[in-house]
Design a protein around this ligand. Sequence first.
Ligand SMILES: *Cc1c(COP(=O)(O)O)cnc(C)c1O
Length: 436
Amino acid sequence: MTIHSAQFRQLAKNFGGEITPEYWKDWRWQIRHTIRDLATVEHLLGISLEKSEREAMERTIEKFPMAVTPYYLSLIQTGDYRHDPIFLQAIPQPPELMIEPHDRSDPLSEDLDSPAPCITHRYPDRVLFLISNTCAMYCRHCTRKRKVGDADSIPRKDEILEGIQYIRDHPAIRDVLLSGGDPFMLPDDFLDWILGELRSIPHVEVIRIGTRVPVVLPYRVTGELVGMLRKHHPIWINVQFNHPRELTSAAVQALDRLADAGIPLGNQSVLLAGVNDCPWVMKSLVQRLVKHRVRPYYLYQCDLSEGLSHFRTPVAKGIEIMENLIGHTSGFAVPTYVIDAPGGGGKIPVMPTYIVSWSVHKVVLRNYEGVISTYHEPDGYDRITCDGNCSECRLQLPNIDADESRLVGIARLLADYDETTSLIPGDTERLERRNG
Ligand SMILES: *Cc1c(COP(=O)(O)O)cnc(C)c1O
């Protein structure tokens, strides 16, 4: 059998002759053999932790439980396991217990922006729908660490129905993002039922699934699962590869199956200190992803969730990585670097600056090599003043519902037909004085 590493042979031996290729590739076997304690980690990897280290790690597990699939564990290279990117993402670390002053249990205020069970409705036309609270692996950098392993927050069928009803009742929702937990931890027929319900809602145009299963349990991506998914097109899937070593032949096979079923694949990486906070690691990751038909979508700045402080890098590191990607490699290999703003502000894109200066006639730009160029603005552009009345516009648009085009934020300040000239925070002393 050709399974990825020499470590695997060691692991198989340590499992005690129980593993055959058939078992190993059976995702149910993998789940049944999920590793939840340090003694098993030590035994399977053939390593021994120092006593004080083990005790500190045990305390971490009491607060934030561990779960690792044998498959993902087998990717750890034991020689220098303390710096191994797989080990760091999978095995509890004592610094997880260090809560820093700026840490929050729900930094993105997902619970606050939740109008119905399992739903976070933050943006006008799309919702996050948390339909599963279990994962094949508990990532140490999970932004929803507050819920991991918490049996009480596993969504019940009636809660999911309430979520579906909310989506049905809100025609502005055209994109539903299924996440969790991991939606692929649900049984095929249950997921099939949810997808069918969503598909029966006329205004739901796109369904997205966010999953880490292709990374940590690729064997779950079976022919049956994929056959079920393709009945519900258009389906988009976002995965989360954080390091090139995660792109094993098994993972690539799972990606191939999904892509062959016509599912566009995106990748959402998290920038993690000690794992991928390096331009070369990221460049190698994004290039390998596109080679396997996965489009790098987002690179996330690590959230301010409790227990993640040791994974956080300065924003500067993310910008440095973007500087090393933009222009240096294929445009479609470059993700958008985002900070998910604490307090529910949503994802905010961040990148180096390319506009150097501007005059009425010219824009001065710099490229990735440091070349500074000018772009001459058009002289003859017809500066039509838009009155927001599309029926009289020479551009041909399908009918637009006035409600749909409600102006928000800076776009509102830019519009010709809106009188708003400033956006002002509501809680300044100046306003309080005005209102007496
Ligand atoms: C990330 C996210 C989305 C989807 O955002 P996109 O930028 O469209 O990928 C939707 N809702 C919530 C609450 C999110 O966090």
